[in-house]
Design a protein around this ligand. Structure first.
Ligand SMILES: C[S@@+](CC[C@H](N)C(=O)[O-])C[C@H]1O[C@@H](n2cnc3c(N)ncnc32)[C@H](O)[C@@H]1O
Length: 196
């Protein structure tokens, strides 16, 4: 179980001044758009957005015809996503990545993970990777955007960028690295596709 009030406090503090949320792009991530353009999801495909924040990536999947679940640990993020997209068909909810509904096991054809693992203390990275991987259906695909650090570089404070050896845990969980959207890598973030 997570016990982290940092994000909830920040979302509350900024209210509707969304441009003050440091990580919020307020539009779908360009690498995600390309991933979807290159390999469009089947109509009605079940999709999950992990730690959806203010909802832009979830809305993009819904716009493309997916049946989207999206969750975040911060209730204010979920409230603001609903407020920003009042006509949304996305099923937004408050949930903890480290304690997801069992009904989500291997349920989703498309899973989107953008900068969540690095937002969780390193001691829980292994469990976070396992929880994300568990939601990917057989044949399903996972999009990952993550900040990286060197294998021996310290990560003394949040965010806690990932080491390559931590991304390898997706493979240990039964996924295969099937694509690199490296055109979008910028020296900090990598963009990857895994498939079950
Ligand atoms: C860096 S933000 C990224 C948000 C969103 N993916 C985006 O790209 O804007 C990290 C998000 O993870 C959420 N979060 C942190 N720990 C979580 C947990 N244990 N379960 C679910 N969400 C969590 C935070 O509330 C925050 O919205």
């Amino acid at each position: 179980m997570a016990d982290d009030r940092f994000f909830e406090a920040l979302y509350r503090a900024v209210g509707e001044a969304y441009d003050r949320v440091p990580w919020a792009a307020l539009e779908p991530r360009p690498a995600l758009i390309e991933w979807l353009d290159c390999d469009p999801p089947a109509p009605g495909a079940a999709a999950l957005v992990v730690a959806c924040g203010l909802g832009d990536d979830a809305e993009e999947l819904a716009r493309r015809g997916c049946a989207v679940d999206a969750f975040d640990y911060a209730p204010t993020a979920i409230a603001e996503a609903r407020r920003r997209f009042p006509q949304s068909v996305v099923d937004y909810r408050v949930a903890d990545l480290l304690d997801l509904p069992r009904a989500w096991d291997r349920r989703f054809a498309r899973v989107v993970e953008v900068q969540t693992i690095q937002s969780i203390p390193p001691a829980d990275h292994r469990a976070a990777v396992a929880a994300i991987a568990a939601t990917v259906a057989p044949g399903g695909k996972l999009f990952v955007r993550a900040a990286m650090r060197g294998e021996h570089d310290p990560a003394p404070h949040r965010p806690w960028p990932l080491k390559w050896s931590e991304l390898e845990w997706f493979v240990d969980e039964g996924l295969t690295l099937t694509d690199r959207l490296s055109a979008y890598d910028d020296g900090v973030f990598v963009h990857l596709e895994y498939t079950r």
